[in-house]
Design a protein around this ligand. Sequence first.
Ligand SMILES: [Zn+2]
Ligand SMILES: [Zn+2]
Length: 1012
Amino acid sequence: MKKMTSAQVRQSFLDFFEARGHTIVPSTSLVPVNDPTLLFTNAGMNQFKDVFLDLGDRPYTRAADTQKCMRVSGKHNDLEDVGRDEIHHTFFEMLGNWSFGDYYKKEAIAWAWELLTEVWELPKERLWVTVFEDDRGDLPTDDEAAGFWRSETDVDSAHILFFGRKDNFWEMAETGPCGPNSEIHYDMGPTACTMQNKPGHVCQVNGEYCGRFVELWNLVFIQYNREADGSLHPLPAKHVDTGMGFERTVAVLQGVGSDYKTDLFTPIIRRVQEMTGHTDAEVKENIVAYRVIADHGRAITFLVGDGVLPGNEGRNYVLRMILRRAARFGRKAGFTGPFLAEVAKVVIETMGSVFPELANRRQFILTTITQEEERFLRTLDVGLSENEQFLDFQIELRDKTLQELNRQVDVISQLPSTAEMGKAMYQMANKVLEAQKSVLDKSQHQWREYLEQITEAVQQQMAKAVQPVLGATQKQMAKAIQPALEEAQKQVARILDSVPGDVAFRLYDTFGLPLEITRDVAEERGLSVDEAGYRKALEEQRQRARQADRFEFQDEETLKRYTEILEDLQRQGLLDEAGVVHDPYATTELETTTVAILRDGKRVKLAKEGDQVELVLSATCFYVKSGGQVSDMGFVSAYPPDGTEPVWEIAIQDVRHPVPGLIVHAGVVQLGRPRVGDAAWAIVDYERRMDIARNHTATHLLHSELRYILGEHVQQAGSLVTPDRLRFDFTHPAMLTEDELNLVTQSVNDAILVNYPVEIGQEEYQQAVSEGVIALFGEKYGDVVRVLRIGWPGEPFSQELCGGTHVHETGEIGLFHIVSEESVGAGVRRIEAVTGRAAVELVEHQTGILKRTAAYLGVTPEEVDRKVLGLLDELQSTRKEIARLQEQLARREFETLMEQVKTVAGVSLLNARVRAPSMDVLREMTDWFRDRLLSGVVALGTVLEERPALVVAVTPDLVERGVDAAKLVRGMAQLIGGGGGGKPTLAQAGGRDPNRLDDALGQAPQLLEEML
Ligand SMILES: [Zn+2]
Ligand SMILES: [Zn+2]
């Protein structure tokens, strides 16, 4: 075997195929070009997909390359495996050679063999090959390939193996190009097997993966096209598509067994070791962290190099997530500050000559990584310590619960009679809950509700497990008890071993800990995470965020109707090919012609005063809602040849774009009788348009200042520009501090006061982007785009693609004032602001309030805050005093109540009317009752603000006997004309009729008796 560096391996592959007539093509970006179906480029063939689909051409018929690939999910690429073994990666290179209707199986096989055995000198006896043989018997065996392996190579014929569709048949998708493939595997030798101790394990190609046989190279022969009906048709031009895992091949050639021991990774690992100061033994102890840092460090360097920025959706999220995961493992390995840029430097140094984008964007890559890492580290400590704190609680809760449960199970198992065992089981849940209480009481803070969720689930599970024993005969019981106990132990352990999804979501939403990190941390402590629950919580929040921004839905019928109108107008020659002439920029008043009037969706010749109509004009200067900017309002009016008073006038309230080419003005006829064919003026409400323009230009200033102040990760996530205000959604992981908000406000106002010119240019898209213009990912642009630049000529500080209307100079904006800042989704913030007239009005209005408040308080406006703080203090202590007195009263009343406890069918019951100041106190009184009587039912009623209220509590032992607080409270609530609900242990209800409260309470004994 030839000893080679990874660079030599890569180069010798390319040289080999270049010498055989292949064009060497550069790797495409990790962000797939023109393929919305793919998150990341994940195979060498991605860039040639159009050729295989017969949609594109290349000037060559033979090509070879090394392709950057990313895989973050999928059957062999679960992220949690990365770092834990030798072979999983997120980022990797794939070497490949292609024939587009040129050479075929014979050459592909002969060259693969020649490169591996003669150029790289791999021992032939270690190589195995696989060939397609249909396991379903429909398709012919690839005898052709098997034949060439025998005739063109000297592979040991016993090493030619046949496999079915799963391993040896390749399909691009459900339909389309497909064909058999032939793989080359390498035998790492018996000692490489990691399953030597597993009984029944046999090392084999495509067998249970044990590290002994590794796949090096896959040769795909594209010879069929699969039709929609599932049938296969031979392609006229047959193709070859091969892929070789570069890292694995280097590991084999360097004889190191692990990808991480190749020179692709060792320089990174060495650099990290230098920084941590670890000894070799310490590196070994922390090997998982080292591997994760090395793998993820490569991935983030390449991703940022391809222009991906950290964010919260799609590939931006993937980058953020793996960067944070690497940072977290860095923390584990002993780093206290940012270090990933150092890792990126090594990657750029070692790979920059092969992938020049890394060297070209060096500074951008390093800055982006460090910014995101710093941002994360600021919250990481808090997030991790919150995470640990919760895990401490959960583990303690688990241990206490299981300890008590096991103890109970032991005690029960040793009881002398089944009758006693059954009885003891009733008490089991109660005892366990008691044991859990100490943990719950300790956790009096934000985590308590989640821990209660767990105890609740445990209680339910135990009630379920005990179910088969309840009401069983002695004989049945004897049989049922043991399995019931075991089931309870098993299910309870399952609940306790899983961190609730809501907790994982909270950690992500509040502290920026990606699920993957929460999962890593939990796994290190032997727990799993309820990922389905996490996704549910995430989805719920997204739904909430989306509600505000629901896009308008157009049904198909409406679409059809407007298409017909457009086509008809074009046929009549009233509109040309391009439809309505539309220019909202040049003017706000335009002479035009009415070409169609619609009333109730139907075309009419004329309309009269008061009609609600839709109007189509041959040309218009009204802006139509797009890019977040709302439509213009205004008038369409007709004038006599020499008059200034309109003969008819329509007030336009909305303008829409139902189908491309058609613009519809919706409004009400204010005056006269508009007719189809009339000449008319389209007049935009200029004041309103200016208000909108102020807000739109201010949005661009805001965007630019946010990026400047918070960082380049800020990306627009949504925008609304109306005459009253502007709303801007952007990616940022944390709430803005007051300082940041003040700085943003001040910077925007500074930019307004400087009175920068605002310039609009028409440019070719690619050129605009190359000049650094911000383009929104996912939006479609034509070849020529409109670019808005703000700043002195030649030095714009804001440049964005934009189709909106703007002021000419920033000074026209007047005043910019932020009204609110809030979260609208994971990592997305929203700022609402006002400008111009609205800002002045707001300031006047708020100053007025301040002045009046000062007058009420008898102080000057400057003294208002101090005065109010003083009053609040006073109020708070008064309230405390009142609450103390109320509780004292309630306590006293409660003592007299305890004398009224009665017994119903052997169960203690207290049903009484009390005076309680609030539902909280009422519920608290039921707690006092339960503290006093360990077993019983309490039903308390009171009148709060003239409405009757009820609370029922039941001790858990009685819940097991079928008593249900929710049912009880609902039964009683019927009499007071209300309803309610809750848990079997605690429920409440409200009603309308306070006069029947005593009757309702009087129902309690009967309702209880029916349950027992
Ligand atoms: Zn094995
Ligand atoms: Zn804009």
